[in-house]
Design a protein around this ligand. Structure first.
Ligand SMILES: [Zn+2]
Ligand SMILES: [Zn+2]
Length: 123
C-alpha cells in the first residue's frame, strides 16, 4: 500500500531569498501600496517631476556652486500621507539627491553624519 508523502513545507523551510520575494509581493499587494505605485507611475506625477527636475536640477539641500550635486528625486515637503491634497502642488516639491532624501526619511542613516555639520540649520 503506497503511502502518500506529505508535500506541506513549513514556512521556515523557504530559502531566505525566496522569502524576501514573497514578502515583497505581499507588500506590493497592500491597497495603500498599490495606490502609491499608481501615483508614482501615473503621468501627472511624472510630468510634474520632470519639470521640477528641469527647473531645479541640483539638490536644494546640499548642492553648492562650488560642489554642485545633481538632484534625482522630487520630494514632497509636506508628506503625501499627511497632505494628499498637495501631492501635485508645485510649491510642495523639492529637488533632492538620493542621499539627502534618504537622510530626510531616515532610510539608512549610516556614514552621513558629516552632512549634519554642513547644514544651514533649517529643516
Ligand atoms: Zn543632497
Ligand atoms: Zn521624500
Amino acid at each position: 500500500m503506497p503511502k502518500k508523502i506529505p508535500t506541506f513545507r513549513p514556512a521556515w523551510m523557504l530559502k531566505p531569498e525566496v522569502k524576501k520575494k514573497v514578502d515583497q509581493a505581499r507588500y506590493d499587494r497592500r491597497p495603500d501600496r498599490r495606490e502609491d505605485n499608481a501615483f508614482y507611475t501615473g503621468s501627472p506625477w511624472r510630468k510634474l517631476k520632470t519639470s521640477k527636475l528641469r527647473q531645479d536640477p541640483l539638490c536644494q539641500r546640499c548642492s553648492t556652486p562650488e560642489r554642485p550635486v545633481a538632484a534625482t528625486i522630487v520630494h514632497h515637503i509636506k508628506e503625501r500621507k499627511d497632505f494628499p491634497d498637495l501631492e501635485l502642488d508645485w510649491d510642495n516639491l523639492e529637488s533632492v539627491c538620493a542621499s539627502c532624501h534618504s537622510t530626510h526619511h531616515g532610510y539608512g542613516n549610516k556614514g552621513r553624519a558629516e552632512r549634519a555639520g554642513a547644514s544651514d540649520g533649517t529643516s
